[in-house]
Write a new protein. Structure first.
Ligand SMILES: *Cc1c(COP(=O)(O)O)cnc(C)c1O
Length: 412
């Protein structure tokens, strides 16, 4: 069904494929921590990966499974593991698959907390090279014999740089490197990283997939493209039990989720699963709003620069056009000198001053004073983040109301 039907139809009918009790339309919330077995052999078989089933909710729960199944279909991947947050997902991937003698190449344009956890891993002995991932040449230059993984985001936040997704995918394929792509900013509705040969696709379910800003969650999807059989960090015991293509995702479930414990609650899983049913509808509206608003802001005399892949002035505009269904719903802009950023933001009455993104409501945040404050002025300048930069996560409000809110605030 997943390959034949459209995006939304597939998600809407996803739970019923797993046949919930009484013909329920949604997989119910299973609160139980543990499951009981009449025959102890059945319990043993679950433990030894010989039978499907649930033993203890930290590493699997039917409500969470239903969401994982949905994400797998959205990404057209092979299998998914969900976590309590996007950050728990990213941490688990490193813990499960990478050793301290390994080298990882990561984009220098990363979500702030992703960059921060990577710094912690460097402090623990891992080698990570940060490169400008808008060109594969920088990835190639950083490659070493012990490189195991390349980690990029599709569209980076806040300045919307786009990674050289396709060329990096070919490079990873040629060198047997895990290609981990954080698809949060595009979501599987705008872009499927499997099309550029990603091995692992990360989504913060907190953002567009959940959409309502009411539940945290994260996921990693194995696209089925990576050759885990020849990957030497797979635990020998798993090789005996698991078929080769499932080795990577199983090790993430065991070492990352079961041992790390960043488990998604069943309540949050259901809230996200229901939110995801309208992902396509919300993205259509939010991307259209963002496109209109970006053009309005670009023409406004109070604004010096707008960063949005949908503008012709964006350095990767053509690539974004060829890869993504739409240009996304996130943008940043800088005020002209002499304008008080915080004062101007306070003039916005409809737009909420908030740090989230991917919400149904439009959210604005001054970047230098908040999410990139800890970096200090020097690193911000290096990263091209001006002191007056504002990040805007555009929601699904009526566009006339959004334009009106900005017009009133900016004209003051
Ligand atoms: C928000 C975000 C994360 C982290 O997700 P949480 O669910 O907040 O932990 C990771 N990557 C990107 C690109 C994000 O925007």
């Amino acid at each position: 069904m997943s390959t034949k039907k459209g995006f939304t139809t597939t998600i809407l009918h996803s739970d019923r494929l797993l046949k919930p009790e009484f013909g329920a339309l949604h997989q119910p919330v299973h609160h139980g921590v543990t499951w009981g077995f009449d025959d102890v052999q059945d319990l043993v078989n679950v433990f030894q990966n010989k039978a499907k089933g649930y033993a203890y909710s930290r590493q699997g729960n039917p409500t969470v499974t239903a969401l994982e199944h949905q994400v797998t279909q959205m990404e057209q991947g092979m299998a998914t593991v969900a976590f309590s947050t996007g950050m728990a997902t990213i941490t688990a991937i490193f813990v499960a698959l990478i050793k301290s003698s390994d080298h990882v190449i990561a984009s220098s344009y990363l979500f702030g907390n992703t960059r921060s956890i990577m710094q912690t891993l460097i402090d623990m002995g891992l080698q990570i090279s940060f490169v400008d991932a808008t060109s594969v040449d920088h990835v190639k230059a950083a490659y070493k014999s012990n490189t195991k993984m390349v980690f990029v985001e599709t569209i980076a936040n806040p300045a919307t740089q786009i990674a050289d997704l396709e060329a990096i995918g070919s490079f990873c394929e040629a060198h047997n490197l895990i290609y981990a792509v954080d698809n949060t900013m595009t979501s599987p509705y705008l872009f499927r990283p499997i099309t550029v040969k990603a091995s692992l696709v990360i989504n913060s379910l907190t953002k567009y997939i959940g959409g309502h800003g009411a539940a945290l969650g994260g996921s990693v999807t194995d696209t089925g493209l990576f050759n885990w059989k020849d990957f030497n960090n797979i635990a020998p015991i798993l090789r005996e039990q698991i078929k080769p293509q499932m080795l990577g995702i199983t090790q993430i479930r065991k070492r990352g989720l079961r041992d790390g414990g960043g488990t998604l609650s069943p309540e949050a899983a259901q809230a996200i699963a229901i939110g995801s049913e309208t992902l396509a509808l919300r993205m259509e509206r939010a991307c259209s709003n963002a496109w209109t608003l970006a053009h309005f802001l670009e023409d406004h005399p109070a604004i010096s620069q707008v960063y949005y892949p949908g503008l012709e002035s964006h350095p990767q505009h053509q690539l974004a056009k060829s890869w993504f269904k739409h240009f996304g719903a996130l943008m940043s802009f800088s005020f002209k000198e002499g304008i008080d950023t915080l004062k101007c933001l306070n003039e916005l009455k409809l737009v909420i001053k908030s740090s989230n993104l991917g919400d149904t409501r439009t959210l604005a945040i001054p970047v230098a004073q908040t999410i990139f404050f800890e970096l200090g002025a020097e690193r911000r300048a290096e990263m091209g983040i001006s002191e007056s930069m504002v990040r805007l996560s555009v929601g699904v409000e009526d566009i006339e109301d959004l334009i009106q809110d900005f017009r009133t605030a900016l004209d003051k």
